[in-house]
Design a protein. Structure first.
Length: 265
């Protein structure tokens, strides 16, 4: 691609409004996400960031507006359909299987890629033995690459519930990567982490973006992290968009400064 060319738009969000009863969560929000970029959504608590992410991956259906992924509109799509289109998601509150090992948690991320059905996998009917086993080997091989990539080899057989919080967040990222997403939605992947854990997670997110070429949409409270790793940032406040641009443009935007006044300590 010519360096002067603007990357194609992967997700186009147009005039999204979302209400819960009489409460407006989002009002007339528009922005886009371009191929291969790291796009952050920031804003104070209650700004509507997670609601926006829930609209993008089909958890919520907005009352107004449209979300288009590579020319296909999300209207009325559920989370599974969106996942099948190549969009993976991590959650602010971990949704891991705490009693299962790291490997088995990552394997759950391969479910959409599996062609043999659950009965074949569970009971290994003689006629299906070869197909199911071959497929499982292929998926395990892929999961092992993610384990190496995220540097969690030492904990591969450990039940996830026994891991420190920072490592559980890394496993959550790994499970999303196991889906081989074209677009990765990260909902506060560094919440509750110490400085060292945040540095590690920032590095992995950048590596996912650069090495896998994955387009990333990130919600994060740590402004320092956001400004360091993002290509573009959209800012929400009380469900409305108050800023959009490069980190430099956003940090000097008077409306953004006003919304965050006193909120950075």
């Amino acid at each position: 691609m010519n360096a002067q060319q603007t990357p194609e738009v992967v997700i186009d969000i147009r005039n999204i409004s979302l209400r819960f009863g009489g409460v407006k969560a989002l009002t007339d929000i528009s922005f886009d996400v371009r191929e291969g970029e790291l796009r952050s959504i920031i804003g104070p608590n209650g700004a509507g960031k997670s609601s926006m992410l829930n609209c993008i991956n089909g958890v919520y259906t907005p009352q107004e507006g449209s979300i288009t992924f590579r020319g296909r509109t999300f209207k009325g799509m559920n989370s599974r359909q969106v996942a099948e289109m190549g969009v993976a998601r991590t959650f602010q509150n971990l949704a891991l299987f705490k009693g299962m090992s790291v490997v088995d948690n990552l394997m759950t991320g391969r479910n959409l890629k599996m062609k043999t059905n659950l009965l074949q996998q569970a009971f290994r009917f003689p006629l299906d033995w070869g197909a199911a086993d071959r497929e499982e080997c292929e998926h395990r091989e892929f999961v092992e690459k993610i384990i190496d990539f995220l540097e969690i080899q030492a904990w591969r057989k450990t039940p996830v519930g026994r891991l420190p919080y920072g490592l559980q967040k890394r496993v959550d990222l790994g499970r999303a990567l196991a889906m081989e997403p074209q677009v990765l939605l990260l909902d506060e992947p560094m919440a509750g982490m110490n400085v060292e854990e945040k540095q590690d997670m920032s590095r992995f997110i950048l590596d996912v973006n650069e090495e896998y070429g994955t387009t990333i949409v990130l919600i994060e409270h740590d402004m320092g992290v956001v400004m360091d790793i993002s290509d573009r940032v959209v800012v929400l406040d009380y469900g409305k968009k108050i800023g959009d641009g490069t980190p430099d443009e956003v940090r000097t935007n008077p409306e953004v400064i006003s919304a965050y006044l006193g909120a950075s300590h």
